[in-house]
Write a protein that binds this ligand. Structure first.
Ligand SMILES: Cc1cc2nc3c(=O)[nH]c(=O)nc-3n(C[C@H](O)[C@H](O)[C@H](O)COP(=O)(O)OP(=O)(O)OC[C@H]3O[C@@H](n4cnc5c(N)ncnc54)[C@H](O)[C@@H]3O)c2cc1C
Length: 459
């Protein structure tokens, strides 16, 4: 016998819990299912723990450079990795337990702990229980992709989840993958005191970004002593005693890097392969992402997909925005759409990269007439005062409409500063609105109007 609900939510990531509580708040009878830890990737193995660890790493970095500010520390700086992990665990626990309590105390909401698998288009099995509902919301997220690299099955390695258990300092961490996740771990462990080598198959780091951004990020990391091996086309791994040898066969440099530990950070795959989707008729693409329309509906009536598993975003804010879109459409008669949102994200190396809208490369490809403004952080007073002048800010403008097309801000506080640009993009206001705005001195943001006053045609 199946237990009937008005709605079933699968997964407690960044969209599911808010949606489940909101639906239950309208009087609907709702079930939510979680197979592992409440809060999903962001809370347990993604954003929150990594940013907490990055804060510890920054504290170590600042302590080491204190002398440059005239602050003398008489003893050497050591990092207690057990304490670092404890601090991270405490921050994670706060979110994870808070979420569990919230869900378990919500009226009209039943929490199931176990793996959910579709038994039919509107039936879900969790252990011995069979649940059914007209509306089912899939929020199953993703996991680290582990490619079939030669020798990988012969060595032990970390992914972003297992890195969360590390309470020691690896002597030499080899990070396979020079994109967002890999770079954050690389800088963090370098600052904890490990030797770090990044091995990237492509010719440059973070290849989705403009070349000047990749180059500046590379300089930031190399300045801290991180070794970077690019164009490593035939990565292969081999056990060497208690060490791991990684064949990097790059165009230059040693062909083999020997490290103590390896982190594989080469992308994410959706958790849709063990969901019983074959029993539903829900369409997925070649990589397993659930196909959805602009309002996050799948091709099967009543089934929706939110968050990383639909391939329409790969961030906490895109997953949460998916919840807002579904709730607005279903409960508020407000036809919000995925295509209303503007791409925005940050890379949390230090200094961070804040991104909004199009890259320069995308603007060039679009063929439109554009203007560009660029300012090195060395010409930003606030950065100079703080002694953190690495990076630059860059903005792209449509020459005809004066609309802001995109921005890449790499520099201190730029994960925050980017919002001054993003909000004007959402307002669909011309760039001149910011250019004429009076900003507070001394801030990084005060130089955005200045940069916008020095635009040049994009050659
Ligand atoms: C190292 C790292 C750092 C990151 N940093 C950032 C950042 O700084 N900012 C940012 O915006 N994003 C960041 N992200 C991405 C962010 O974590 C994800 O985009 C976000 O968590 C996606 O949320 P979601 O709701 O789609 O899925 P998830 O958070 O992955 O949650 C899915 C949940 O579903 C559960 N589940 C899966 N299958 C089933 C099943 N069959 N039955 C029951 N339950 C199931 C899972 O156990 C999980 O709890 C980071 C990711 C990583 C890996």
């Amino acid at each position: 016998m199946a237990t009937t609900y008005d709605a079933i939510v699968i997964g407690t990531g960044q969209a599911g819990p808010s949606l489940a509580v909101r639906l239950a708040g309208t009087g609907m009878k709702v079930a939510i299912v979680e197979r592992r830890r409440f809060g999903g990737t962001c809370v347990n193995t993604g954003c929150i723990p990594t940013k907490t660890l990055i804060a510890s790493a920054r504290a170590a970095h600042i302590a080491r450079s204190a002398g440059e500010y005239g602050v003398m520390i008489d003893s050497s700086i050591t990092v207690d990795m057990k304490k670092v992990k404890e601090r991270k665990d405490a921050v994670v626990r706060r979110s994870n337990e808070g979420l569990e309590k919230w869900l378990k105390s919500a009226a009209n909401l039943t929490v199931y702990e176990g793996h959910a698998r579709f038994a039919g288009a509107h039936q879900v099995r969790v252990g011995d229980e069979l649940l059914q509902a007209d509306k089912i919301f899939i929020n199953v997220g993703g996991r680290a992709s582990i490619p079939p690299l030669p020798g990988l099955d012969q060595v032990s390695y970390f992914n972003n989840s297992t890195m969360m258990d590390v309470d020691f300092r690896p002597d030499h961490l080899i990070v396979v993958g020079g994109s967002y996740v890999g770079l954050e771990f690389a800088q963090m462990y370098r600052r904890f005191g490990s030797e770090v080598t990044i091995v990237e198959m492509g010719p440059r780091l973070i290849q989705r970004e403009d070349e000047d951004v990749s180059e500046a990020v590379r300089t930031i990391l190399e300045t801290e002593g991180i070794k970077i091996r690019l164009s490593a086309e035939c990565i292969a791994l081999e056990k060497r005693g208690d060490k791991v040898a990684v064949n990097v066969d790059c165009s230059s440099g040693d062909k083999i890097v020997v490290g103590s530990h390896v982190l594989i950070a080469v992308g994410r795959v959706p958790n849709t392969d063990d969901l019983g989707l074959e029993n539903t008729g829900v369409a997925v693409d070649q990589r397993g992402f659930i196909q959805v329309d602009d309002q996050l509906r799948t091709n099967v009536p009543g089934i929706y997909a939110l968050g990383d598993c639909n391939g329409r975003g790969a961030f906490t804010h895109t997953a949460y925005n998916d919840y807002e879109i579904v709730a607005a459409n279903l409960l508020a008669g407000d036809q919000r759409r995925v295509s209303d949102r503007i791409a925005a994200y940050a890379l949390y190396i230090d200094p961070p990269l804040g991104r909004a809208g199009m890259t320069e490369t995308e603007v060039r490809k679009s063929g439109r007439k554009a203007l560009i403004g660029k300012r090195p952080m060395a010409h930003v007073g606030r950065a100079v005062e703080k002694g953190e002048t690495q990076g630059f800010m860059k903005v792209l403008i449509d020459a005809e409409t004066k609309a802001i097309l995109g921005a890449s801000l790499l520099g201190i506080e730029c994960d925050e500063v980017i919002h001054s640009i993003l909000d004007v993009m959402y307002a669909k206001a011309p760039y001149t609105v910011i250019q004429r705005a009076m900003h507070i001195h001394p801030t990084v943001t005060e130089l955005i109007p200045t940069m916008l006053g020095e635009l040049k045609p994009l050659a």
